[in-house]
Design a protein around this ligand. Structure first.
Ligand code: ZN
Length: 197
């Protein structure tokens, strides 16, 4: 029994005309999509709601879900936390350690500040390991007075960072806070010092 689909709407599709049958002798229909695309769809797929567009709808959903998944995955990643806290301590005077960063002129380069993906791409190609044990893969500025930018950053474990920040007598001049960030040692003034010899 043939159901005439001509002129009917199914989702974004409007049926233009019959387009023969498939090998199983099921009626096929030529449809025009709201987006301007056309496709040929089985009558049963139209009636059951299996096909509601030329494919553009699925494409949009895939993109949307992919984007959501990416954002979700990234928001939960440690790297995303690294990125947000890097920016916050350089830009928000209310951050408890702003004085050691933004407060003394340390900033994040535009390409990183404006785009997590750019930062993530750099990080992943410069040794960042999402699964490294805590403290084994931290964002380090090579020149402690320099900014957060690709030329001045690397991932290092805490020992490397500590070695980088001893004064001439070998005393560690910074201490590791509970937040995983180095802070100036109160007994050694309030500046982060790099080993400069
Ligand atoms: Zn379409």
């Amino acid at each position: 029994m043939l159901v005439d689909e001509t002129g009917k709407r199914h989702g974004r599709l409007t049926v233009i005309r019959r387009a023969g049958s498939n090998k199983a002798k099921e009626a096929l229909w030529l449809c025009r999509c709201d987006c301007g695309g056309e496709n040929i769809v089985r009558g049963t797929d139209l009636r059951k709601g299996h096909t509601k567009s030329c494919g553009c709808l699925e494409q949009e959903t895939r993109v949307r879900n992919g984007y959501k998944r990416m954002r979700h995955g990234m928001s939960e990643s440690r790297l995303y936390d690294v990125w947000t806290s890097m920016k916050t301590r350089c830009t928000k005077p209310t951050h408890p350690h702003y004085k050691d960063y933004g407060g003394r002129g340390i900033s994040v380069c535009d390409e990183w500040a404006n785009d997590f993906q750019t930062f993530a791409t750099w990080a992943l190609s410069h040794g960042y390991d999402e699964n490294a044990p805590k403290g084994k893969c931290t964002l380090d500025r090579i020149d402690p007075d320099g900014n957060y930018c690709p030329e001045n950053c690397r991932f290092a474990d805490m020992e490397v960072q500590q070695n980088n920040r001893r004064d001439r007598k070998g005393n560690v001049r910074v201490y590791l806070g509970k937040d995983g960030i180095y802070h100036a040692n109160k007994h050694c003034g309030d500046r982060l010092e790099g080993a400069s010899e």
